[in-house]
Design a protein around this ligand. Structure first.
Ligand SMILES: NC(=O)c1ccc[n+]([C@@H]2O[C@H](COP(=O)([O-])OP(=O)(O)OC[C@H]3O[C@@H](n4cnc5c(N)ncnc54)[C@H](O)[C@@H]3O)[C@@H](O)[C@H]2O)c1
Length: 326
């Protein structure tokens, strides 16, 4: 009898600190060779896109597959959201599906968690840093939560082309994190003061001028992950120590890196490390307080699988969710 967990159930049991801990372990497993991570598989029915994201983490005993769909006509035709996701968690010893859970909130938290882990290892360590967030949507909120878990943040600045989104972001995240969160009037205002930058927008073109980023900044780029879209310009990719969530995903999915490579401006041999190599200490992290570090996240199924196992274990412990006869 699988356990069914709706979004509210997932919200109740999942917090950023716990998620960062399991996502860090998942990246370590990827680097150590105990993770199985096929590339996501797309299927395109006439009205939409369906993506299958399976992964297995041997040390964690976690086996799962996330199904994400993007159906642009859903809101008008069916009064349903454009993007939906569910995770099927399996018992890794029997293969049986033991839990079906909502994947929306889980995706946002696990995406934040990867940036949190990258920030923990790569950002400068001084106290009272300023976080600069590009985008004020679903993912951006989780980026700020994760950065605030990883470093001592004195203040956050947020920039979005939608002022409504910024107003909501400030009110929600200011009180959730008990943090001074302010609107930035322009991208440059963020570049002038931020120590840690997250880009979490839906923009297909660069959101700031990479030549203006201050030395010593750490950047988490999580938004674009298709070959023709990018949030980061060639200047910042060239100026940074580049850390990928996965080389394979960056070279097949990330316009941020594929466009500069296609233009002959960047060679893939200049990608410094995968996050797992930094976490396991195979490659050293930041070398100086002047270096700019850049983590490019495309979103990996190991993050979903580790997080789904965490959510399930906590839900069982707390007696949350409903059992279904199938
Ligand atoms: N890396 C990952 O693992 C991962 C996971 C989930 C989503 N994503 C990606 O993250 C991005 C954001 O997703 P979301 O769910 O937060 O979407 P969202 O629609 O909730 O928010 C996106 C925000 O970006 C803003 N924006 C667009 N162009 C901008 C610009 N030039 N400057 C500043 N703000 C701008 C929009 O106004 C909007 O508020 C998408 O590209 C999505 O595909 C990545």
């Amino acid at each position: 009898m699988p356990l069914l967990l709706c979004k509210d159930d997932v919200v109740k049991v999942l917090n950023m600190a716990d998620c960062m801990a399991v996502v860090e372990k998942a990246f370590a497993e990827l680097a150590s060779g105990t993770a199985v991570l096929p590339l996501r598989t797309p299927i395109t029915p006439p009205d939409g896109l369906s993506l299958y994201m399976p992964a297995y983490l041997k040390e964690m005993g976690a086996l799962a597959c996330k199904v994400v769909t993007v159906y642009k006509n859903n809101p008008q035709k069916h009064n349903m959201p454009t993007v939906m996701g569910k995770v099927l968690l399996q018992d890794h010893e029997t293969g049986d599906v033991i839990c079906i859970m909502d994947g929306g909130y889980l995706t946002a938290v696990r995406t934040g968690a990867a940036s949190g882990v990258a920030t923990k290892y790569l950002a400068r360590e001084d106290k009272g840093q300023i976080a600069g967030i590009f985008g004020a949507g679903v993912q951006a909120k989780m980026q700020l939560w994760a950065v605030a878990e990883a470093r001592d943040i004195a203040r956050a600045l947020v920039y979005d082309v939608s002022s409504d989104a910024v107003t909501k972001f400030i009110s929600e995240m200011g009180s959730k994190l008990d943090l001074d969160v302010r609107a930035a009037d322009s991208p440059d205002q963020i570049l002038e003061s931020a120590d840690i930058i997250c880009t979490a927008t839906s923009s297909p073109t660069p959101v700031f001028d990479g030549s203006k980023v201050r030395e010593g900044t750490h950047i988490n780029g999580i938004g674009s992950h298709t070959p023709n879209a990018r949030e980061l310009d060639t200047a910042i990719v060239k100026r940074s120590k580049f850390i990928a969530d996965s080389y394979e995903a960056c070279l097949k999915e990330a316009g941020d890196i594929m466009i500069p490579i296609g233009d002959g401006e960047f060679d893939k041999s200049h990608m410094y490390a995968e996050l797992g190599e930094i976490v396991t200490g195979t490659k050293p992290a930041r070398a100086s307080d002047q270096e700019i570090t850049l983590f490019k996240s495309n979103g990996l199924a190991i993050q979903d699988t580790a997080t789904a196992k965490l959510v399930y274990d906590k839900a069982v412990e707390m007696g949350i969710g409903n059992k279904a006869e199938i």
